[in-house]
Design a protein around this ligand. Sequence first.
Ligand code: HEC
Length: 437
Amino acid sequence: MLSQNYPTQKPTGPLPPFLSSKFKADWKGYMMKVRDYCFEGNTDTDFRVEHNKTRAWFHMPWQDYGPQGREGIHGLTKEAQVQKQQLASSQTYVNGQTVAVGFFNDLGGYTIGQVWADHMNPNPAKSSRPNGFPVGTVIFKLLFVDVPPNQVPSLANPKEWQAYVDTCYKAPCNPQNPSETSNPRVIKQVALIQMDIAVRTDDPDAPTGWLFGTFQYNGALNRPDMWENLVPVGLMWGNDTNNRGDNHTQISFTTPPDKTDINPQLKETVINTDPAELPPTHLGWNGRLNGPVDNPISSCMSCHMTAEFPSYAMLSPAFQANPPKRGSNYWMKWFQDIDCATPFGNYLAPNGAKETGINPLSTDFSLQLSISITNFCDANPTAPVCVQPSDEATDASDKAANILSGHPTRKRAATRARRHVVQPIVRDMPEGRPRKN
Ligand code: HEC
């Protein structure tokens, strides 16, 4: 059962205890406190958060919609592809997928409830300035892969869930049968690989108002409570807007992550330097924070600050046929430190000019919130919020087609940008391998 009984009044209880500690002074200690907060009452109910006796957690509505939608056992949604050797050089499995489920604490649930107060006409103004998720909002997300655990050393002693998911990431699942196009759902075992956190803070050291952190599963530690095999990878509080280098980018799909390449020049990302604790992993662009199943030329915050409705911005500048050069001015628009609850869509124009004629509202770094409204509009295109004066169709299949139908030329992409095409909210270009410059 989904937990969707959102508070209608802003919760007034004490803020999460870690909020008053300085994340910069002891980032790992901070993350472990966030982890405890997310685990309490949840690990013993297998993250059926509606049964949590310690504190309330909530799910996002409208994520059960469409082929990627929630499955019925733990509410997992289909996310990105796991490429060959993405997790370790011994990982030969090629058609892997990531599935995940996210949870919001009471303050986060309050904002979801505000946006969704009218079930037939959600209001993203409630997540955009002067509104937005309140300080103290905590979000976390558990990510699982269907790669055979024995191919990945860090997935020893796996923490597995059963999931009702596609047989593989993309048909044909059986390479012997290339004409197989459908991809039926089956019950399979999936193994815990990563846990993401997002915390809305008023700490003046956090330029956007959000902190993003991630944990990676290290089964070799073999801790008695398997959830505690999740070790901190790192924490980020900004995008290092002036760092344009590319020497620490580790594209795991071409170079298996046998070693974690830490960039000591970054000032707004900190990474775990203890190889006994953190299994070798790729990070994000030039060493910014990203987890093992994330895109290695993006970063948590880069992708999340694009969250808006309508979603006019690509989640990464790399998600187009001819991506801009990494580190170029246009590329760096995705690596600014934009304030929380501020729409990113104004930053699309290639020459840096403010885009005119569009009026996206921020969903305050929550991509699930923008997905929920996008899904709703796919099913209810005539609802007032879904009718955008200058839009092309907001139909999700059109959006997917935009990206899936081969590779538009730069010119066509520019035309689309002028017509304010709504972008698919995807964690990766399907099949996409990040390009080298
Ligand atoms: C290239 C894009 C991309 C990157 C990089 C990325 N995410 Fe996400 N993330 C998404 C999308 C899309 C969703 C919504 C899909 C879902 O959860 O079902 C999401 C969902 C989440 C959520 C659930 C709350 C919400 O509504 O957004 C959290 C928390 C989260 N991500 C944290 C992280 C962290 C931490 C990192 C880095 C370690 C990260 N993400 C990297 C795209 C990305």
